[in-house]
Design a protein around this ligand. Structure first.
Ligand code: NAD
Length: 311
């Protein structure tokens, strides 16, 4: 029978571990801290900022909110980063993108202290990740690995036996999800295939996805993966988050009480259609996203311990 992986339970378990570790650091007079940097008021970035603040509060971390207006100069943003680099209450800095157009991502990212770069944006940390020596593996890809590791452990499979030589296909090649994820599984000696929009445009997507023992999908396209794109007995991890209209039996939009189309959150995988073909699958919502922020906090804990010479 298919296992729907309980990512919410994994996230809760991780949070307990994080709180326990933060408490033991506090007993030694040390408090980890995260600073977010949001330039302007992008809706998605603002939502993410709020979540990070909430989790910091729950875990007893320091939290600093830097939120200059959208018309701030690039130099001023870099100055804010330098100030955070020098602040001992801040273990990790999280730039929340997108930035306004006149602010270059790389100018901001390159100015972050590599030892506070908890979501692995800095080229030096990405380089270490590629070499198999990550200091701070980025939150979303490492959430996927955490979910897979815990799944393997539950089946009594050693990580080595789980990953080595396994056919793993990553759908998506973005700098923040697909590429780092590919490095993480490649460094575990999986036979790694990365496919993307150009693979689909050539009509080759399912040729690759159908080979996968483990299929990880991070494309941001609802219903990209149906049963025809999944091998029988595969493990399917759906990273995608999409907001779509709710449709009735005639595929007409269902309206809410205000007469507007109702919407819901779905992944990239057609969950109901794929579920019975897969050996295990993560749902959306309640999937990878439930683990992602916890991985960021784990990195902040690590940064804090490194700073104190405890790691
Ligand atoms: P992105 O837009 O930067 O990259 C999308 C990738 O998908 C690209 O590599 C693109 O080539 C590929 N792609 C697009 N259409 C495709 C198609 N038809 N066939 C094959 N590949 C296709 O997005 P991202 O930042 O990497 O995020 C991907 C998804 O993951 C989004 O839905 C995002 O919301 C979600 N996400 C989830 C979490 C989480 O914690 N669950 C975290 C970050 C991102």
């Amino acid at each position: 029978m298919t296992e729907v992986i309980d990512c919410v339970a994994i996230g809760d378990e991780l949070m307990k571990e994080i709180i326990a570790e933060a408490e033991s650091l506090k007993a030694r007079g040390i408090t980890p801290g995260i600073a977010t940097l949001l330039v302007g008021d992008d809706f998605g970035a603002k939502m993410y900022r709020g979540q990070v603040e909430k989790f910091c509060e729950e875990a007893g971390f320091n939290y600093i909110n830097e939120n200059p207006p959208a018309d701030v100069s690039e130099e001023a943003v870099v100055e804010i980063v330098k100030k955070l680099n020098a602040n001992d209450a801040v273990s990790g800095i999280l730039p929340l993108r997108p930035f306004p157009e006149h602010i270059s991502d790389s100018a901001v990212i390159n100015s972050i202290d590599v030892n506070k770069d908890i979501d692995c944006f800095h080229p030096s940390n990405m380089g270490k990740l590629a070499l198999g020596e990550p200091i701070f593996p980025p939150a979303t890809p490492s959430a996927v690995i955490e979910i897979l590791d815990r799944y393997a452990k539950k089946q009594n499979i050693e990580p080595k036996d789980f990953y080595e030589g396994a056919e793993i296909c990553v759908v998506g090649h973005s700098n923040i999800v697909g590429k780092p994820l590919a490095f993480l599984v490649l460094n575990r000696n999986a036979s790694t295939t990365v496919v993307h929009v150009f693979t689909s445009m050539k009509g080759n997507l399912e040729k690759h996805t159908n080979m996968a023992d483990i299929l990880i999908v991070a494309a941001g396209k609802a219903d990209l993966i149906g049963p025809d794109q999944v091998k029988e007995g595969a493990i399917v991890i759906d990273v995608g988050i999409n907001r779509v209209k709710v449709l009735d039996d005639k595929r007409e939009p269902v309206l809410n009480e205000k007469g507007k189309p109702k919407t819901k959150t779905v992944g990239d995988v057609s969950f109901d259609a794929v579920k019975d073909k897969a050996k295990a699958i993560t749902p959306v919502p309640g999937g990878v996203g439930s683990v992602t922020n916890r991985m960021l906090m784990k990195n902040a804990l690590r940064a804090c311990k490194m700073r104190q010479g405890l790691e």
